[in-house]
Design a protein around this ligand. Structure first.
Ligand SMILES: Cc1ncc(COP(=O)(O)O)c(C=O)c1O
Length: 413
């Protein structure tokens, strides 16, 4: 396997070590093949909002598998999941399921181009929407970790259709929209692929306004934030409505499922209701739907309150452990990043200016102390409802020693 992994951010090259091979997970913990147990803050990069091997999810998958693993025909479970999504997201009247977030964002863009008759797309620097050719410009996540602005293999024609704008810069956004007349503006409403960088006051409102004024489709990519930061995702938390929403991660409860959705008149353009083609052999797979439904049904108002509280308690503990060192903890309910920066991070330039070497030292020190943070400065930590006070205490204790190991005595203070 290239780099020893099936997806780049697992490789741990950015922190100068080999990847950890996992044997199993339970609640807030994973065990590696050498028998070490870690407090896991990666949570499969977001899907496992209930923690590893949640009994209700495991039972739902077992029960579904006993009836067959795939039919290539619709099932009642898909109707129930679509209804669950539409009930949570005011902006989503119809849903199409896919197997990955990449497919979902690719398909949302195709639909936006068909609906507007335009071609260009505006995206934000440091945002990641999957490995879609046209969206690999200044992308966050693994691209940012590797420090590459664009991927070879993307044609010039595809790259020319994408205009990249700094996050949290309303003037740059207005100028780009004015100049490009884009089919769509695609954004992570709570960006988490350059680390967690929430929108500055008024920015989301301006984004919505500029999309509406220019006739562009506003695609909000809630693959990370959806069903995590609030019951209705970032749209509920921030009070904004997308034209099209991209979903993933939590919606599949740890199995491969994603989706896109929006207003009926837009979604009815999708085949076979309409003429915009998009398909998938395993889309709406019954095991993934069962895992997603079992997960969403555990997530009520009380769950989101608890997840918010434990994220707050982790953020406060890490802040205390960092003390006066040049570290900033950015968090929203259910997401957190430890930035090795003296200044608050507002955009991709700020995230890129962080001390990635210090982060790497910190991360290695945490792993040595049986705590598993994301092995990149440009990723979020994913608290789950299985993370309890013990997990937080063990993490904060390890962090106090790891901050010292990463930053003290090296002229960094
Ligand atoms: C915001 C966002 N959009 C899209 C994707 C792509 O999803 P997938 O990895 O399922 O293709 C990701 C993956 O991390 C993501 O974080």
């Amino acid at each position: 396997m290239p780099g020893g992994v099936n997806s780049p951010v697992r490789a741990m090259g950015a922190i100068g070590r080999d990847p950890i091979f996992i044997e199993r997970g339970e609640g807030p913990h994973v065990w590696d093949v050498d028998g070490n147990r870690y407090v896991d803050w990666v949570s499969s990069w977001g899907p496992l909002i209930l923690g590893h091997a949640h009994p209700k999810v495991v039972e739902a998958v077992r029960e579904a598998a006993s009836r067959g693993t795939s039919y290539g025909a619709p099932t009642e479970g898909e109707l129930e999941l679509a209804a669950e999504v539409a009930e949570r997201l005011a902006s989503v009247e119809m849903v199409r399921m896919t197997s990955s977030g990449t497919e979902a964002s690719m398909s949302a863009i195709r639909l936006a181009r068909a609906a507007t008759g335009r071609e260009r797309i505006v995206k934000f620097a440091g945002a990641y929407h999957g490995h879609v050719d046209g969206l690999l410009a200044e992308a966050g996540s693994g691209m940012a970790t590797a420090g590459v602005p664009a991927s070879p293999g993307v044609t010039e024609a595809q790259a020319a259709m994408t205009i990249v704008v700094p996050w949290n810069d309303p003037e740059a956004l207005a100028a780009a929209v004015d100049q490009a007349s884009p089919a769509a503006i695609i954004a992570e409403p709570l960006p988490a692929n350059m680390g967690v960088v929430p929108p500055a006051k008024g920015f989301i409102e301006r984004l919505r306004e500029l999309a509406t004024q220019s006739g562009a489709i506003l695609i909000l990519d809630e693959v990370i934030s959806g069903f995590r930061v609030a019951r209705g995702g970032a749209q509920e938390l921030l009070g904004v409505e997308a034209d099209l929403t991209v979903m993933g991660k939590v919606i599949g409860g740890g199995l491969p499922a994603a989706a896109y959705g929006g207003r009926r008149e837009l979604m009815e353009r999708v085949a076979p209701a309409g003429d915009v083609y998009q398909a998938g052999t395993l889309s709406g797979n019954p095991l993934a739907v069962a895992a997603g439904l079992a997960t969403l049904r555990e997530l009520d108002g009380d769950s989101y309150r608890r997840l918010g509280e434990l994220t707050g308690s982790l953020a406060a503990g890490l802040g205390r452990a960092a003390g006066e060192r040049p570290v900033r903890i950015a968090s929203v309910p259910g997401l957190l990043t430890v930035f090795f920066s003296a200044e608050p991070v507002r955009d991709f330039a700020g995230a890129s200016a962080c001390d990635a070497d210090a982060y790497a030292r910190f991360c290695r020190a945490m792993l040595d102390r049986d705590v598993y943070p994301p092995a990149s400065q440009f990723e979020a930590w994913f608290p789950s409802l299985a993370h309890d006070e013990d997990a937080i205490e063990a993490t904060v204790e390890a962090a106090a020693e790891s901050f010292a190991e990463a930053l003290d005595g090296r002229g960094d203070r």
